[in-house]
Design a protein. Structure first.
Length: 184
């Protein structure tokens, strides 16, 4: 039970940080830089990186670790003008998990040990998850799949995943550097 609570807290905090950075920094910066365009998609959605890593480490249980905080951010985004369906968090989590499983099966032979070369695995699995998520949410919100909407989900999710992976890579390098400095 304690392990599940710890996992829930870790994933929730990571999801909150990723969503907060996306809503509080990335989207306003995008609006500022692209104010003249009619672009309605987020070009960088960091929570997708958290979703993919959570599914990698926790499997299907990650849905339950992320679902409460997904609903929290759905309520917050609805409060600032977005109009999301109440099933959006559930549909999104299930679609991303199915995409993760499909991607994992397609890239069979992946070991559970993290390595530098795994970024390709995460990007492919993240893209498949994003495609299914985009189709599901587009259908849910627009009662049909709009190709522009789906492409927008893929662009935002995959770029967010890549940025999330880069941030983690440099965080781990910094932690190793600090640890080696402390031991000297």
């Amino acid at each position: 039970m304690n392990e599940h609570l710890n996992n829930f807290l870790i994933v929730s905090i990571a999801f909150i940080v990723a969503n907060s950075v996306t809503l509080g920094f990335v989207l306003p910066l995008q609006s500022l830089l692209l104010s003249g365009s009619q672009l309605e998609i987020g070009l960088l959605f960091l929570p997708h990186g958290v979703r993919i890593l959570a599914f990698y480490f926790y499997g299907w249980r990650a849905i339950f670790y992320m679902l409460p905080v997904s609903y929290l951010f759905m309520l917050l985004t609805n409060g600032i003008g977005a109009n999301l369906d109440t099933l959006s968090p559930v549909v999104s989590m299930v679609a991303c998990y199915v995409g993760f499983v499909v991607g994992s099966v397609l890239i069979a032979g992946q070991k559970k040990q993290l390595s530098f070369r795994m970024w390709k695995f995460f990007v492919v699995v993240g893209a498949i998850s994003s495609l299914l998520n985009g189709i599901a949410l587009s259908w849910l919100q627009h009662s049909g799949t709009e190709i522009i909407s789906i492409i927008g989900y893929i662009i935002g999710d995959v770029s967010g995943l890549i940025v999330c992976l880069i941030m983690l890579m440099y965080s781990f390098r910094l932690a190793r550097l600090v640890r080696s400095e402390d031991s000297n």
